[in-house]
Ligand binder design. Sequence first.
Ligand code: UDP
Ligand code: MG
Length: 332
Amino acid sequence: MPDASGSSNVPSSRPSAVRTVTLLAPCFNEEAVLPAYYDRVQVLAANHPEQAFHFLFINDGSTDGTQGILDSLAAKDPRVQVIHLAANRGHQIALTAGLDVADSDLVVILDADLQDPPEVVSTMMEKAEAGYDVVHAQRRERAGETWFKRTSAAVFYRMMQRLATRAWLKDCGDFRGLSKRAVQALRHYREPHRFMRALALELGFRQCVIVYDRAPRAAGETKYPLRKMVKLAVDAALGFSTAPIRAIIWLSLVLWCVSLPYLAWAVYDKLVLHHTVPGWASIVMLVVFFAGLQLFCLGIIGQYVARIFEQGQRRPLYIVMETRNLPAPSKD
Ligand code: UDP
Ligand code: MG
C-alpha cells in the first residue's frame, strides 16, 4: 500500500534523476480554459529550469475551438505536443493515448481545467527524485464542486473501498505522477473499460500519496455529466470488484430462506388443513417479484459477459487522427 504521508516509507535505494517531465492533459471542448492552463504550466516550467518539460494535450474529439488553439500553441512552442483523436472516446481512453506516447522521466496526468493545480507537480517531482514511481494526489478540499458531486464521490469512494477486490485509495482522482517504468508497465493494460487510477494502484513499484486542495474549474463547464459519472462508477465496480456477482448469490440464499418455509406452510395448509389457497393476488405478486429479480440478476451477469465479449473483439482503444510535435501515427 502507498504510504499516506509520503515521508516515512523512504525508498532511498533508488533515488532517480528527473530530467524530463511530461504534463499530460486530456481535453474535451476546453477552449475556454486552455490559454490559462498553458500560462500556468509555462510558469511551472520556468520555475524548474533544470528540467525539460513537454506539455502533452490529447484532444478527445472536441467540437469547439480546442483543435485550433492546440495547433497554434504547438506551432509556436515545440514543447507542446498534441494528439488529435479521431473521435471522442472518453477521459480514461484519452489518458491512455497520452501514456502510450509520453516518454519522460516523470509523466503527470492533470485536468486541463486547472482543478489540479500545476504547482503540486513540484512536490511530485521531489517524490519522483526520491525514487517513488507512482505519486497519487489525494484531494483534501473540493472547492467549487456541487453538493451532489461531492456527496456522490464520497459515497462512491467509500463503497469501492469496501467492495474492491484489491487495495483502494479514497479521494484520489487521476491527478498522479508516474515514473517512466510505471508508464511503460501501464501500457500493458489494454482493457476497453478502464479505470486508470485503480490500474496505477495495482501496478506496485514504489507508491506514495501527497495531499492537495482541489481548485474550482478555472473556466468552462464540467465534461462529466451524470451519465459519464455513472459509466465511470460502473466501470470501476465491474472492473475491480466481483461483489455484484457475489451479492446475487447472497440474495438468492436469502430468498430461499424466506420462500422455503412459505412453500412448506402452503403444502401443510393444503394437505393437512384442507384449505384451498385463496389470494391469487399474492401469487401474482410473488411471480412478478421473482421474475423481476431474476431479470435483474441476469442483467448483472450480462454486464460481465458483455465485457468478455468486448475484450474478445480486441478493437483499438482509440484512433489517432493527427499529431503535432510528435511522430505521425503508424499506418499499420
Ligand atoms: N475529458 C476528456 N474526454 C471526455 C470528458 C472529459 O478528455 O469525454 C477531459 C476534460 O477535458 C478534463 C478532464 O477530462 O480535462 C476531466 O474532466 P472534467 O474536468 O470535465 O471532469 P470533473 O473534474 O468535473 O470531474
Ligand atoms: Mg475537472
